[in-house]
Design a protein around this ligand. Structure first.
Ligand code: PZK
Length: 288
C-alpha cells in the first residue's frame, strides 16, 4: 500500500491513488498482460522499468510539452502526478503499419481517414508518422476514429494541437530509440488540461513498451508481424501451450520470467544509457 491516498482507479497493470485535490499517485505493478489477459505470474521489477522509462521520457520531452510528473518516489514504481482533466481521446501515433492500422489498411487502403500508397506490407515504415486517434472504450478495445469523429470529442483547435504535439513527441522518441536499436512502431499518448483549461500536459505513462510497440531493430523485416522487444518470450510460451487466450492465463515458468525481465531491463538500459541497478538505488538518476 502506498503512502497516503485513496484508491481512485485501476488499469490492467497499474493503480491510481488520490493524494490531495491537486495530486495523484500512479503506481506501476509487476503484472504483465498478453493477448489482453493479465497473467497470474509477475515479472519482477517490470513496474520499476516502466516508471523509470516514463520518467526519463517526461524529463527529455519537457521542452516539447509540459507533463504531469511532479516527483518520482524512492520505490522506483510510483510517480506523483499533477491532477488533470483528461482529454477523452487516445492520441495514437503510428510510424509503422501494424496491429489495427495494418488491418484497416489491408481492408480499406486507409487508416483513420489517412489515405496511403498502395502495396504497403505489414509492419512497413510509413512515409510519415500518422496521428490515428481512438476512443477510450470503457470495455473491450479502443476504436480507431476519423478526424471528423475526433472533432466531436474535442474542439478543432484542440485536435490540431494534440496532433502536432503527438507527432513531435513520437518523432523525437522514435529517432532517439532507433539510434539505440529499438524501433518504436507506434505509441499512445494521453493528455490532460489544468482545471482552468489553460495548459496542455502529457499524462499517463509515455513511450514505454506497455503504451507502445517496441521492436528489436536488428530483426526488422517488413512483410510479416515483428517480434515484440519485451513480450516475445511470453507470447511464444503461451502459443506453445495452445492456450485459448481467455482468462485465466497460464502461469509462466522461471526461464520465461527471467528472459522477459532481462528484455525489459535491456530496453531501459539501451534507452536511458544507464544501468538499471543504478535506477534501483536512486530512481532520480534518470532525470537530468
Ligand atoms: C487519470 N487515468 C487512467 C492510468 C489507472 C487509470 N494526471 C492525471 N490526472 C487525472 N486523471 C488521470 C491522470 C493521469 N495519468 C489517468 N485515469 C485518470 C489510469 C493508470 C492507472 F488506474
Amino acid at each position: 500500500m502506498p503512502e497516503a491516498g485513496t484508491h481512485v482507479g485501476s488499469g490492467k497493470v497499474r493503480e491510481l491513488y488520490a493524494l490531495d485535490d491537486e495530486r495523484l499517485l500512479l503506481v506501476a505493478s509487476d503484472r504483465i498482460s498478453t493477448f489482453d489477459v493479465v497473467l497470474p505470474t509477475e515479472i519482477p521489477d517490470k513496474g520499476r522499468v516502466l516508471t523509470g522509462l516514463s520518467a526519463f521520457w517526461f524529463d527529455r520531452s519537457q521542452d516539447l510539452v509540459e507533463n504531469h510528473m511532479l516527483r518520482l518516489r524512492s520505490d522506483g514504481r510510483s510517480m506523483e502526478c499533477r491532477r488533470l482533466e483528461m482529454v477523452q481521446l487516445e492520441c495514437v501515433v503510428r510510424g509503422y503499419l501494424s496491429g489495427s492500422g495494418w488491418k484497416d489498411y489491408a481492408r480499406t487502403g486507409e487508416v483513420c481517414g489517412h489515405s496511403l500508397p498502395k502495396g504497403l506490407r505489414e509492419s512497413e515504415k510509413l512515409p510519415e508518422p500518422l496521428f490515428t486517434p481512438s476512443t477510450k472504450a470503457a470495455t473491450g478495445h479502443d476504436e480507431n476514429i476519423t478526424r471528423v469523429q475526433a472533432g466531436e470529442i474535442v474542439s478543432l483547435p484542440m485536435l490540431e494541437l494534440l496532433e502536432g504535439v503527438s507527432i513531435e513527441l513520437y518523432s523525437f522518441a522514435a529517432e532517439y530509440a532507433a539510434e539505440r536499436g529499438i524501433i518504436i512502431a507506434d505509441t499512445k499518448f494521453e493528455f490532460g488540461v489544468d482545471p482552468a483549461g489553460e495548459n496542455l500536459y502529457l499524462g499517463d505513462e509515455a513511450l514505454t513498451p506497455d503504451s507502445s510497440r517496441f521492436w528489436p531493430a536488428d530483426l526488422f523485416e517488413p512483410g510479416r508481424p515483428q517480434p515484440s522487444f519485451d513480450k516475445q518470450f511470453v507470447r511464444d510460451y503461451c502459443e506453445s501451450l495452445g492456450w485459448d487466450k481467455t482468462d485465466p492465463g497460464p502461469e509462466l515458468p522461471d526461464d520465461v520470467v527471467a528472459g522477459t525481465r532481462a528484455r525489459y531491463v535491456e530496453a531501459f538500459e539501451r534507452l536511458t544509457e544507464q544501468s538499471f541497478e543504478r535506477y534501483l538505488d536512486d530512481p532520480e538518476s534518470v532525470l537530468r
